[in-house]
Ligand binder design. Sequence first.
Ligand code: SF4
Length: 278
Amino acid sequence: MTLYELMAAPGRASEAVLNDTTPPEEQSALLTTMRGRLGEMRSAVRRGLESDAPSRTGMVGWNAKTLWERPDPLGAPLLKRVQAYAMAVNEENARMGRIVAAPTAGSAGTLPGALIGVGDELGFTDDALVMPLVLAAGIGDIISQTMFIAGASGGCGAEIGPSAAMAAAAVCELLGGSARQAVHAAAMALMNTIGLVCDPVGGFVEVPCVSRNAFYSVHAVAAAQLALAGLESFIPPDEVVSAMASVGRLLPPELRETGEGGLADTPTGRRIALQMAK
Ligand code: SF4
């Protein structure tokens, strides 16, 4: 299935994904699996919000808890919740805790941050999040047929990009968006991550990865909001995916998860790499 075909689905986009990927007799088992994945995501969020234990490098580990427990000067509880949930998952990942790759470990916080964050803030039950999660998986699957989903192959745009697209579509559907709106939410989220480099400090999935998930979970919610207001990606969604893939291939190796460029190649980044090597 292409994004173009998914966009034309008559009902909810998640139903089209489910029917396209899973025989009727296996759908109930798949939904049970997705409920389990959602439970794992929620568990990672909870552990991450409760812990301030540093990661092995000492670069991250307390950010989610700190944000969650501090007063909110903006008066924007949704924003705070989405960011805290996203960082909670990625700090759990940095501590080698159990997380659900969505689609990768480095980008694992964006989807639960946006979907569970919006769900909790607006009072949705976990049952209501299951079909949007199916849609998120379907969007990730479609994108993966055009591009390798890995920072090593296409920079961070090939990790955070798909995760933000998956999250945007899921949030859009959760809030009543049509299949067309959900796919355009995904496309708008994806197009605005094109060219993002992968430059993890010391080669560890911590800096900038933890805060990046916080930022792009909000980005996904923003894309859903635009789509729900009727805004669409001017470039057709499947073409956006192709553009993302071609820009990823153009990135030099230093900016594709080698830890040799960008933030990793700053004096501080090099010092951390040296320390950890010792
Ligand atoms: S910077 Fe690299 S390692 Fe970190 S989330 Fe992005 S793609 Fe993954």
